[in-house]
Design a protein around this ligand. Structure first.
Ligand code: MG
Length: 166
């Protein structure tokens, strides 16, 4: 028995993960446009990871005999004031995702749905990593300020990120 309320909450979460993928892809386009290909590549990897998150939940809902209902994905912003503003927006989105994951976990506890609790453990751990990465880059961008050399060094560093499994 897969509680209806939980299915709905997970369907909404699938939408949020796809929105994150769309948001980060939009940020990749922004970074390409301002000639920071390393930042763009990092965002592209991040976007792919978010699709992985959405598909993980998609598979989970199906495996439980639930019904995935895909929801509309809103248009992400295309322009950002600065690289710092883009990463601050990314961090804010991840903090929002964390709050929703926690809410869904609480719902799974209330509904005594153990498989969802176990599935969400992975996401809870992942969110610690996501927030850590984004806030570290935000802090480094604050350090760099308006210095082009620092920005170009960060671009090189972020461009070295390899694709990950999820
Ligand atoms: Mg995610």
């Amino acid at each position: 028995m897969f509680p209806e309320a939980l299915q709905e909450a997970l369907n909404e979460q699938i939408q949020r993960e796809f929105y994150a993928a769309y948001l980060y892809l939009s940020m990749a386009a922004y970074f390409e446009a301002i000639n920071l290909p390393g930042f763009a590549s990092w965002m592209r990897h991040q976007s792919e990871e978010e699709v992985g998150h959405a598909m993980r939940l998609f598979n989970f809902v199906n495996d439980r005999g639930g019904r995935v209902i895909l929801q509309a994905i809103e248009q992400p912003p295309a322009e950002f004031e600065s690289p710092l503003a883009a990463f601050e927006a990314a961090l804010a989105h991840e903090q929002r995702v964390t709050r929703h994951i926690n809410d869904i976990y609480e719902l799974a506890v209330r509904e005594n749905d153990y498989p969802t609790q176990v599935e969400l453990h992975w996401f809870i751990t992942e969110q610690v990593e996501e927030e850590h990465m984004a806030s570290q880059i935000v802090e480094q961008l604050r350090m760099v300020g308006d210095q082009p050399v620092g920005l170009l060094m960060m671009d090189k560093m972020l461009g070295e990120r390899e694709g990950e499994e999820e």
